[in-house]
Design a protein around this ligand. Structure first.
Ligand code: BG6
Length: 509
């Protein structure tokens, strides 16, 4: 196990939802798992006034996300709470940051945390640059007595220009090696396993190219709507919220070349090359290759479901997309002419994220019933969530006379590994940052390269009122126009059920 230095985690946005729902519970899990160093502290920072004890009450003793855990004994909670502190600060006022540096000096002294600090920006993006400036003003960006790292939450930019500006601004105060841009999909165990499946097995890699793969399909569907985040979501939309970051990260892992070493720079170099090879869309391509949709009210399993425009915080004539499906190509030696299809949406029938590799149909039909199955292909499904696992579809002989064939499933489920603890994505990513490992964080150049691909779509949508936003009833698989993206007889999206091996053409759950 890598060594973890003594350190302090400073969370900006300490009274926000992410801190309570994800960050504190993840650090708590690290505490229970024995992953924290001997000397450690968490300091919550925000404008609200709390004493240390009031803050502990809020994020530890009354935090339903902690209390729900099996490990939440009185003793554990008490011991963990002793590590948690609070500092009130008007983060917008860069002249006031000395209260934070004084508090950290005092804690470093008392807790022997060696002047090692992680600053986690769990605030609205408009504060990222201000906080970095404030930290620099009081020397907290320096790495003389200890180290200093900055974790930046998504969204990283609103479009290409703002992402470039944010990178430039942060780099005025911190070095690239100090900046950790978080994408929680990369912290998911099953996403990391895609890398291992490809590069630790000799059977897949020889087939992993244009000669054997017909198309690649990625679905990230959610059953929930925008919940309480209508205000944020309405100025974001699915393309910014899910595609520019999470889905393109999955594409990079599927499409990248093997890195020379399994280290941060080698892996991130290969991912960058994938983003640089994405074939840019022309405006005409966008009209035909990118489908956007918005959920409308409907009844799901007898219950009325609110349409997007009626959600709190959403404009009543909003054209924001809650669904995107797109077809694109990666122009390099390995993937020339292999279409990639990706889609994501809210208020779909079920919550599923999966990568589906469709192999080329067989070239010659030897067996009797083979011809009727001419389009039946071998398929490999890498299931990210839920019911995590891997499924391979292949043909078998039906027992009895003759050579009749049928497609069957061979599957592996993560939960078969009963003894293995699978950490939450945030838990894994925070621990990596604590140990100075940036492999699972996005590098500045690749964030910009991903925006470069997405930006023309945003511009085309902005400038062409006539590009439709198709309505789809909540609880369905999105607008039927997305079906037309997939060319080829009898070829369609896989309609995944929440159970990996439940096949079916269409399911509503
Ligand atoms: C977040 C998006 O980044 O990812 C949300 O902002 C989305 O809108 C979420 O619901 C999905 O994450 P997961 O881990 O539930 O697939």
């Amino acid at each position: 196990m890598k060594k973890t230095d003594n350190q302090v985690l400073v969370i900006f946005g300490a009274s926000g939802d992410l801190t309570e729902r994800k960050l504190i519970p993840s650090v708590y899990n690290l505490f229970c798992g024995g992953f924290l160093p001997e000397h450690y502290a968490v300091v919550g920072v925000s404008r609200s006034q709390f004493s240390d004890q009031e803050y502990r009450d809020k994020v530890v003793f009354n935090n339903e996300h902690l209390l729900a855990k099996e490990t939440a004994s009185e003793e554990n909670l008490k011991k963990f709470a002793d590590l948690v502190f609070y500092q009130s600060l008007d983060t917008k006022d860069v002249e006031k940051y000395s209260v934070l540096s004084d508090r950290l000096s005092q804690l470093d002294e008392e807790k022997e945390t060696n002047h090692n600090h992680i600053f986690y920006l769990a605030t609205p993006p408009s504060l990222y640059e201000v906080i970095a400036t404030g930290l620099e003003k009081v020397g907290l960006n320096k790495q003389e007595d200890g180290w200093s790292r900055l974790i930046v939450e998504k969204p990283f930019g609103y479009n290409l220009d703002s992402a470039k500006k944010l990178n430039q601004d942060l780099l005025c105060h911190f070095e690239e090696s100090q900046i950790y841009r978080i994408d929680h999909y990369l912290g998911k165990e099953t996403v990391q396993n895609m890398f291992v499946t490809r590069f630790a097995n000799s059977i897949f890699e020889p087939l992993w190219n244009r000669n054997y793969i017909h198309r690649v399909e990625i679905t990230a569907s959610e059953k929930v709507g925008v919940e309480k985040r209508g205000g944020y979501y309405d100025s974001s939309g699915a393309l910014r919220d899910m595609v520019q970051n999470h889905l393109l990260q999955l594409v990079a892992l599927v499409a990248m070349e093997p890195p020379v070493k399994p280290d941060a720079e080698s892996i991130r170099n290969e991912k960058l090359k994938v983003f640089q090879s994405l074939r840019p869309y022309s405006e005409d391509d966008i009209k035909t290759h990118v489908i956007r949709g918005q959920y409308m009210n409907s009844k799901v399993s007898g219950n009325r479901v609110t349409g997007y425009r009626d959600e709190p915080g959403v404009k009543e004539d909003s054209k924001t997309e809650t669904y995107v499906a797109m077809k694109f190509f990666i122009d390099n030696w390995r993937w020339a002419d292999v279409p990639f299809y990706i889609r994501t949406g809210k208020r779909m029938p079920t919550r599923v994220t999966e990568v589906v590799i469709h192999f080329r149909p067989r070239h010659h039909h030897l067996f009797a019933n083979d011809k009727s199955l001419a389009n039946q292909q071998n398929v490999l499904v890498l299931r990210i969530q839920p019911n995590e696992g891997i499924l391979l579809k292949f043909d078998m002989k039906i027992p009895g006379a003759g050579f009749n064939t049928e497609q069957v499933n061979m599957d592996f489920h993560y939960d078969d590994l009963t003894d293995v603890y699978v950490p939450d994505a945030y838990e894994r990513l925070i621990l990596d940052c604590m140990q100075g490992d940036a492999t699972l964080y996005a590098r500045g150049d690749s964030t910009e390269a991903a925006w470069e691909f997405i930006d023309p779509i945003l511009k085309a949508w902005e400038n062409n009122e006539e590009i439709p936003v198709y309505g789809y009833p909540a609880g369905t698989w999105g607008p039927e126009h997305a079906d037309d993206l997939i060319e080829g007889k009898n070829m369609m999206w896989r309609y995944p059920c929440s159970n990996l091996t439940d096949d079916g053409n269409y399911c509503e759950l």
